[in-house]
Ligand binder design. Structure first.
Ligand code: ZN
Length: 247
């Protein structure tokens, strides 16, 4: 199983810390932390030494740092089609930063993000686009910059290590009460469907913690899944794909 924590930034640090602390006694001591270098242009990691120190401690404790966009926000465009608006505004509340960037612009933002996170004690192997919306042009930039993998809602894509691994992630939406209720029902069914799948992905967001029903389901699923599976970061999972079977 892989547990990832999305939207890690100075804006969400307190909730992230609380989530990691609650996961630890469940036997989940390594997660993939999806870090935003400058969350909504309001929280530059490069200007926040206490956040950087906190993050270093988490990485040293075994969590994997993953680059998660740069600002996380996508600027609206006058030329947006109806379908582009539907996907980027309604589905993701305007968070699809890498949905339709050019290869050049994506490359600039990603390199800037890597620079901002260069204080970390280890190299970053993964890039996950905000809202999992990674456009084809932006994906070229990610591949060219030497990342090992990216993930989408339904797949893990390893660059140069074989075909996509299909695995629908469990993920909760708490933007509105009705979404949270739908999430609970959907994830209950999905978890049952996935119970024998080779990989189970649990994707958490900081605000999941503030919804008691959601957190209770997360906790229960994490405990049940951990009982019979190893919990690793995405990077370790991807590395394991190239090991001989049985190792
Ligand atoms: Zn995100």
């Amino acid at each position: 199983m892989v547990v990832s924590l999305h939207d890690v930034s100075p804006l969400t640090q307190t909730l992230c810390e609380e989530i990691l602390a609650r996961l630890l006694p469940l036997g989940i001591d390594q997660t993939s932390l999806l870090i935003i270098p400058n969350h909504h242009r309001q929280a530059a990691v490069s200007e926040n030494s206490s956040f950087r120190n906190w993050l270093v401690r988490k990485v040293e404790a075994g969590h994997e740092p993953v680059l998660h966009g740069y600002f996380h926000l996508r600027e609206k465009k006058k030329t947006d089609s109806f379908w582009a608006r539907l996907r980027t505004e309604v589905y993701t509340a305007g968070e699809g930063e890498f949905f339709d960037l050019s290869t050049e612009e994506a490359s600039i933002r990603v390199q800037r993000g890597l620079q901002d996170l260069a204080f970390l004690p280890r190299k970053i192997a993964g890039f996950v686009a905000p809202a999992w919306l990674l456009g084809a042009n932006a994906e070229i930039a990610i591949r060219n910059l030497g990342f090992l993998y990216t993930t989408r809602l339904g797949t893990v894509r390893t660059f140069g290590r074989g075909a996509d691994i299909r695995s629908q992630s469990l993920v909760w939406s708490t933007r509105a009460p009705w979404r949270a209720v739908m999430s609970l029902a959907w994830n209950r069914c999905l978890a049952a469907y996935l119970s024998r799948a080779p990989l189970i992905r649990i994707s958490l967001h900081p605000f999941d913690l503030q919804h008691p029903g959601v957190w209770e389901q997360v906790r229960r699923l994490a405990v049940e899944t951990r009982r019979c599976r190893e919990c690793v970061s995405y990077e370790k999972f991807v590395e394991s794909l190239s090991l001989p079977q049985g190792r």
